[in-house]
Design a protein around this ligand. Structure first.
Ligand code: PLP
Length: 360
């Protein structure tokens, strides 16, 4: 038995006829840049999330970068975020501001009790990162942001469809940033992303910003970047969006089984919640290296996605922080296969194989 981490070829097979037709149509029309499929995607996504505006861009990282650019941050302005995923930090540094890291909890999300002590007179923004398809505690974060007059930009790259108290992630803050990278629950055929907002003015500015200073094809209205969601990607997304709910439900079922049947082992499992979308299923083991090697021998494709806290990446030249849970997770975290095409046999095999390992 061999269990792969992703199932993108199978997802293609599930919708092959429609996807092939979309490819042929877009090629035959020659409609590649900001054409009708992008408009349709933005409309569908805004109704899916229950938000007024969606702006398609070329990646999740750019979604955060462009969002921060709208806020005209100064070099000493501080942005509070977490340190497991480097992307928000890259966007903060590119936008010319200073990242300030707060620790997380064992559910991989921002520890909201640590936010206030990280706030200084220079703090402007909080970027909660909804990791592994699990929502951060948005009520607390919004409350703190209001108290200190801070903007909230949600990094929802891994959390499309995840909810907090009945509301979808990416719709709490001023702006929500999503990725359509192949490792995410909704993906195009390469890089892509989008921004969600209820703010008319920001939506208009983002459309100019993503399109080298133009809102429509010709008139220049301001400064800009080349960061558009390609029309072919949008055409693919409009088809893949139909299966999103079913795929997310399948992930929840697998997570439920993992939680139930791995719970007695000396591992730390992610908490189970029906509101989570399990973009990844990440377990923590004191013997990470040995377990990874063992899973490889047993042909269960697994990853160590979080290896270094962002502030320890030498090239970024950031000041040091001491965040014990972040560092512990980097020492222990292993992402095991969770994808909507997994068969009952594959799920059983993963559970049995891990359960049979001594010294977890
Ligand atoms: C994937 C990811 C991003 C960046 O998305 P890209 O589309 O790859 O640029 C940002 N934040 C988090 C938490 C991610 O997982």
């Amino acid at each position: 038995m061999k269990v792969s981490y992703l199932d993108l070829p199978q997802q293609y097979k599930n919708q092959k006829r429609e996807l092939d037709e979309a490819f042929k149509r877009v090629m035959a029309e020659g409609s590649f840049i900001l054409r009708k499929d992008v408009k349709i995607f933005e409309k569908k996504m805004s109704s899916y999330l229950g938000v007024k505006h969606i702006i398609g861009v070329n990646s999740g990282t750019d979604a955060i970068y462009l969002s921060l650019k709208l806020l005209n941050l100064k070099p000493k302005d501080e942005v509070i975020t977490t340190a497991l995923s480097p992307y928000p930090t890259f966007a903060i540094l590119n936008a010319g501001a200073k990242p300030i890291f707060v620790d997380i909890e064992m559910d991989f999300n921002m520890n909201t009790d640590k936010i206030e002590e990280a706030i200084s007179p220079r703090t402007k923004v909080i970027i909660p990162v909804h990791l592994n398809g699990r929502a951060s505690r948005m009520d607390k974060i919004m409350k703190i942001a209001k108290k200190y007059k801070l903007k909230v930009i949600e990094d929802s790259a891994q959390s499309i469809g995840a909810e907090y108290k009945g509301k979808k992630t990416g719709t709490f803050g001023l702006l929500g940033c999503f990725s359509l990278h192949p490792m995410k629950n909704l993906s195009c055929a390469g890089d892509g992303g989008f921004i969600s907002t209820n703010n008319d003015r920001l939506a208009k500015q983002l459309k100019i910003l993503r399109n080298i200073g133009k809102r429509e094809r010709t008139t220049f209205e301001g400064f800009g970047y080349n960061s558009r969601l390609d029309n072919l990607h949008a055409a693919i997304l409009n088809i893949k969006l139909k299966n999103l709910k079913e795929y997310i439900n399948k992930r929840k079922e697998i997570a439920f089984m993992y939680n139930k049947r791995l719970s007695r082992l000396p591992l730390t499992l992610p908490p189970f919640s029906k509101n989570d979308t399990y973009n990844s299923y990440v377990i923590c083991s004191k013997n990470k290296k040995k377990l990874l090697k063992y899973l490889k021998e047993k042909k269960i494709e697994s990853f160590s996605h979080y290896q270094t806290p962002v502030y320890k990446i030498k090239e970024l030249k950031l000041p040091n922080f001491k965040l014990p849970i972040t560092e512990r997770i980097c020492r222990e975290a292993i992402s095991i296969p969770i994808n909507p095409s997994m068969t009952k046999e594959e799920i059983d095999y993963v559970i049995k194989t891990i359960s049979n390992k001594k010294d977890l």
